[in-house]
Write a protein that binds this ligand. Structure first.
Ligand code: B12
Ligand code: SF4
Length: 517
């Protein structure tokens, strides 16, 4: 330990559920990036338990990772840690977008923009030498330098899912999403060796369920390949082919793992046109995928710059293709798009039901910082004089929770309240007891069906009520309910530890291919 200091890594949250759905990966990646000479990092995930602030002592280093929703809680911890005499560093997507805010409001001594994998060591060393800088550029780290997570530091009985990222960045450019801007449009795909090693470690420790925490597990489409093949210069074609081959290599190795393992990822619906890929996913036991459907009409898709999706009957066919190949879809839908009408809510749920999707989430269009939508909204709001606690609505995340309005993108015809009610009704209809029981036929035994019902209700409580409800009593009730139900749910996800599980080998003769260009 350098000079007796302790490195704390803290994931801030206003709500603690006792049990977490998914381990926040950044905590364990930064722990791995912490050199041994700084000792064993102390990890606190406030989605499990609130921070015990007495643990932070003068001279310690406190690393806080924030996204927009938990930035204010992060700032409160940062200020308190600084007052206690700690050296405070912020990172994560929100700090990347607003580094000055973390300095002004969060008591930051330093802010890391971008990936922390490589630069974290420099931050710690500079601090130890008394030469720290206010801002560090972590950049977009090449795939071979992305670090694995230190799963040995994770409590084995508090999370339902492990989280392993296989690729960073997304080639698309959806208007409501910040990933392509902050993580870049070039897929930075890790080789299967690194990914499989982490997954095996998780299974050795009793984790059967692993989220492949990617934004787009299908970064190279058949269309991309066909277009690159038509070019005279074949360099891009070869790069894309190598990326695709490595995906298949990864899935072939996942298929060799114990058959009680289940994987889940996020993917674009273009994969529906690639039966070979879907079959490989199925063999790999990637049994679920979040598919960003967003809208069910061509106009809605145009609104969000997602023309590569299908609408109407073609959409139903594409979503059903996943199910036919054994991949359950969690369809993600957005309400409040300019082309939405009062009838859109019911029409969307009807399509979700017909498309055989297993889970659904219904979100209200929200201008998240870092997105094209946010830039337009901020410009539009320049003349708006509304202030809450002296803050404009375009800085809503700084308004204390109790007074913070839910900010959604203004709609040409519907009020936010109308959209909220429609969205709530969509959740209620899709997750009615009858509908859940009907969908539970996707599993066989009665026990599995009951587990399916429990998980559906838990998902709805954790997500819908804490996400879109406006009244704090409802949020409080949902949180208590989710706390109560989360413990038995976690047991359903755990498996017997397999300390001797071996790492499936790479296919003979297939070399490791890095994808940096
Ligand atoms: C997995 C995931 C989730 C999981 C989270 C599970 C968990 N416990 O972590 C679930 C499904 C629950 C989730 C929910 C939501 N998510 Co989410 N999620 C992701 C996703 C796909 C991967 C995150 C991840 O693990 N990445 C891997 C780690 C290693 O990367 P990282 O977090 O970026 O960390 C690196 C750097 O940022 C940096 N870093 C991070 N922290 C720190 C701290 C320090 C001190 C330092 C030095 C560096 C550092 O170093 C790390 C290593 O390089 C990201 C997209 C993405 N590409 O990151 C979206 C993302 C973070 N989510 C997003 C959103 C919007 C949400 C929701 C609000 C969705 C919704 N509409 O409800 C909710 C919010 C939940 C909540 N209440 O907080 C947005 C955030 C946008 C923003 N401006 O904040 C993202 C970027 C996706 C997007 N499409 O834009 N999410
Ligand atoms: S929403 Fe999905 S497909 Fe669109 S840019 Fe973001 S990660 Fe890529």
């Amino acid at each position: 330990m350098a000079g007796g200091l302790t490195v704390h890594l803290i994931n801030p949250s206003d709500l603690s559920f006792g049990i977490g759905f998914m381990a926040p990966r950044w905590l364990y990646v930064l722990a791995d990036a912490t050199p041994e000479r700084f000792g064993r990092p102390q990890i606190t995930d406030e989605t499990l338990d609130p921070l015990e602030s007495s643990k932070i002592r003068s001279g310690d280093v406190v690393g806080l990772g924030i996204h927009t929703s938990n930035a204010l809680r992060g700032y409160a911890i940062g200020r308190a840690a600084r007052e206690a005499g700690a050296f405070v560093v912020f990172g994560g997507i929100h700090a990347t977008l607003f580094p000055e805010e973390a300095h002004e409001r969060g008591g930051a001594h330093a802010v890391v923009k971008g990936d922390g994998d490589v630069v974290w060591e420099t931050v710690l060393d500079d601090h130890a030498k008394g030469m720290s800088r206010p801002v560090y550029e972590g950049g977009k780290v090449e795939p071979e330098l992305l670090r694995s997570a230190r799963w040995d530091l994770m409590p084995s009985d508090r999370y339902m899912w492990g989280a392993v990222q296989t690729v960073r960045g997304c080639p698309k450019h959806c208007s409501f999403c910040s990933v392509w801007k902050t993580d870049g449009q070039r897929p930075r795909q890790r080789v299967s060796d690194a990914v499989v090693r982490e997954i095996v470690e998780l299974r050795r420790r009793g984790f059967r369920f692993v989220a492949l925490a990617d934004d787009n597990f299908y970064p190279v489409t058949l269309t991309d390949l066909a277009m690159a093949a038509r070019r005279a210069d074949k360099t891009q074609y070869e790069t894309l082919r190598a990326l695709r081959a490595e995906r298949f290599e990864l899935m072939a190795r996942l298929a060799q793992l114990p058959d009680d393992m289940v994987f889940y990822t996020q993917i674009t619906m273009e994969a529906a046109e690639d039966p070979e890929f879907l079959d490989a996913m199925s063999r790999a036991r990637i049994k679920g995928a979040l598919v960003g459907v967003e809208a069910v009409t061509p106009e809605g898709l145009k609104d969000v710059h997602k023309n590569f999706n299908d609408a109407g009957e073609q959409l139903v066919d594409r979503l059903r293709a996943f199910r036919r190949h054994g991949v359950h879809v969690l369809g993600s839908f957005i309400f409040g798009l300019p082309s939405d009408r009062a009838a859109t809510f019911d029409a969307t749920v009807a399509i979700a039901e017909r498309a055989d999707i297993t889970f659904a989430q219904f979100l209200m269009l929200t201008p998240f910082p870092g997105t094209t939508d946010f830039a337009e909204w901020e410009q539009m709001m320049a003349a708006d004089g509304t202030r809450i606690d002296g803050l404009p609505l375009t800085r809503h995340w700084l308004i204390p929770q109790g007074r913070r309005p839910k900010v959604f993108t203004p709609h040409p015809w519907m009020s936010s309240e109308e959209i909220r009610r429609g969205t709530q009704a969509a959740w209620d209809r899709f997750y009615s007891w009858g509908n859940i029981w009907h969908r539970s036929r996707c599993v066989e035994s009665l026990k599995s069906r009951l587990a399916f019902v429990l998980c559906s209700k838990l998902y709805r409580q954790m997500y819908a009520n804490t996400g879109i409800a406006t009244d704090s009593a409802r949020v409080g009730r949902s949180t208590r309910w989710a706390r109560w139900i989360a413990k038995p749910c976690r047991r359903l996800f755990a498996g017997p530890p397999m300390p001797n599980l071996e790492i499936p080998a790479r296919a003979p003769g297939r070399a490791i291919m890095y994808t940096a260009d």
